[in-house]
Ligand binder design. Structure first.
Ligand SMILES: Nc1ncnc2c1ncn2[C@@H]1O[C@H](COP(=O)(O)OP(=O)(O)OP(=O)(O)O)[C@@H](O)[C@H]1O
Length: 248
């Protein structure tokens, strides 16, 4: 699904502000995988995500999405993105229902505009945030957690093969974070959507996803495949910490 081969990204190359943000990064994400990226500030997580999206072109190396060398329009056809700010994924002046219809217009197959897809309602109901009971409510009136749940359901309305999540729980309280992470997991497990997620939250990395990628100073310093390595959730945090401290 995603393949990075020896990807190096140098910002402001050849100037005094030159910064090597990614150094020879190799990464393979298979279809249906849920991959979590962790690492300190400046480790290169967002740059890696921007390479996958096509926003940043590798200075050296190659990024392939579904076997094809990336061109910007490709990723947006097969992928959706949800970022940190819940307001960015929704249309605040429209109702929940109108937001869902608009998202569906963009991509849902086989259904005419004017009806909310029952699958979207089912996903909303599964969040237990009361969204499905208030479909006429304006999105601007929702809580942060409710907005992000709506943004997530909208993001998967176009049946993307790939969902990119850039610290999508960072601005939420613990209860909303739990609901959004449960929804994220459900999307991966029930829709089969491949997920690449950045987080600073070690508890999330411990609890969710099949694989944890640890980044430091532009490099992937560890890849922990939870099932293959039979890693218990409780062991993971200390494993990540030991990888990070081992290189400092
Ligand atoms: N557009 C840019 N121009 C120059 N340098 C940049 C640019 N974007 C990022 N950088 C630098 O590249 C390095 C990697 O940044 P990046 O944002 O990818 O890290 P990150 O792991 O996502 O950090 P954070 O967790 O703080 O978001 C940092 O040193 C950052 O200052």
């Amino acid at each position: 699904m995603i393949q990075l081969e020896r990807v190096t990204v140098i910002y402001n190359r050849g100037t005094l502000d030159e910064k090597v943000a990614l150094k020879n990064v190799d990464l393979l994400v298979e279809e249906g995988q849920f991959v979590v990226i962790v690492g300190a500030n400046g480790a290169g997580k967002s740059t890696l995500m921007k390479v996958v999206v096509g926003e940043v072109k590798p200075t050296f190396g190659v990024c392939r999405i579904m076997g094809q060398v990336l061109r910007e329009e490709k990723i947006f056809k097969c992928g959706s993105i949800v970022c940190q700010d819940p307001n960015l994924g929704i249309f605040p002046n429209l109702s929940i229902e109108e937001n869902l219809m608009l998202a569906r217009k963009k991509g849902f197959r086989g259904l005419s505009f004017g009806r909310v897809d029952p699958r979207a309602i089912e996903l909303l109901r599964s969040c237990e945030l009361g969204l499905e009971e208030n479909l006429k409510k304006k999105a601007s009136k929702l809580s942060g957690g409710q907005k992000q749940a709506l943004a997530m359901v909208m993001a998967v309305s176009s049946n993307p093969k790939l969902l990119l999540l850039d610290e999508h729980t960072a601005s939420l309280d613990p209860k909303s974070t739990e609901k959004i992470m449960e929804l994220t997991d459900r999307i991966n497990k029930t829709l089969g959507t491949t997920i690449l997620m950045i987080t600073h939250d070690m508890n999330i990395a411990e609890q969710y996803g099949d694989t944890v990628i640890v980044m430091e100073d532009g490099k992937i310093i560890a890849r922990i495949d939870k099932s293959k390595q039979k890693v218990q959730a409780s062991q993971l945090k200390s494993m990540i910490k030991s990888k990070l401290t081992a290189t400092t």
